[in-house]
Design a protein around this ligand. Structure first.
Ligand code: MF3
Ligand code: CO
Length: 259
């Protein structure tokens, strides 16, 4: 069942995703060698609650934290830990969700810890650009497959892997609504995009092979070959004239500029 949102509901979803963007900006500011992923999680939980919202991931299907923090070969759903200490050269994917005024915000960003290798930097940039290419297709009258194909074609043109086991999703009063939004597929296929649909587009792109392993903690997803992965996620409202992006990366990028 796909729920179409009213303009008022879209504004509440925007409010959530702006709070997520601001939380990710706070996290990004704190990211540095020596910081633990648990410290980042605590910071995010306090920031979210101080704005009258609740961390949407905490307790979701038993998930034990407010953020998912996935370092290097961890693709998504890494559990913050006081044993996970960031070091120079790491790439860190941070996924954040809020629950405020009856709706859910869900967005992610991959950060560099200090100076990272050129190849890691390129992986991050291409994954973000793949998200933008997919987002540009989020227009009423297009199909989900138009988004999927745009993400896949761009990422694969660099020889990267597109993770198959996880996908984007509708988002509204619940974090995961229909339709699923895969990061691979064929143009012109899949559910029709309609005015008022809100979807999360979230490419998970690997530097090497696309195969992933689900760890025994029940959550963490990592690359099978141990090479790094990046993950960016936008919430987007589908409009007749094109995408209305509800997440604001400029808040994050302003915060981490010159660091
Ligand atoms: N952005 C993630 C997703 O779309 C958030 C879910 S993680 C969980 O699946 F911890 F909340 F489960
Ligand atoms: Co999501």
């Amino acid at each position: 069942m796909i729920y179409l949102k009213t303009d008022e509901e879209i504004e509440l979803l925007r409010e959530n995703n702006i709070l997520v963007s601001r939380t990710l900006a706070e996290v990004g500011r704190r990211i540095a060698p020596g910081v633990t992923t648990k410290q980042l999680d605590t910071l995010a939980e306090e920031f979210i609650r101080s704005h009258g919202a609740v961390p949407a991931f905490l307790g979701y299907m038993g998930y034990p934290a407010s953020l998912c923090i996935s370092v290097n070969d961890r693709v998504v759903h890494g559990i913050p830990s006081d044993k996970c200490v960031l070091k120079e050269g790491d790439i860190v994917s941070v996924d954040c969700g809020t629950f405020l005024k009856g709706f859910v915000g869900d967005s992610a960003y991959t950060f560099a810890v200090g100076e990272v290798s050129d190849e890691a930097r390129q992986l991050m940039e291409v994954t973000k650009e793949a998200l933008y290419k997919g987002t540009a297709q989020a227009k009423a009258g297009n199909r989900v497959g138009d988004i999927s194909a745009a993400v896949q074609e761009y990422a694969e043109s660099f020889g990267y892997g597109v993770v198959r086991e996880l996908e984007g999703h509708g988002c509204g009063r619940k974090m995961h609504e229909d339709p699923g939004v895969p990061n691979y597929g064929a143009r012109g296929r899949g559910p029709l995009l309609k005015e008022g649909m809100v979807i999360c587009i979230e490419p998970m792109i690997t530097m090497g092979n696309k195969a992933v392993v689900f760890e025994r903690d029940g959550w963490t997803v990592r690359t099978r070959d141990g090479k790094p992965a990046a993950h960016y996620e936008f919430a987007v409202a589908v409009r007749k004239g094109g995408p209305d992006v509800l997440t604001d990366y400029s808040i994050i990028e302003e915060a981490i500029k010159n660091e």
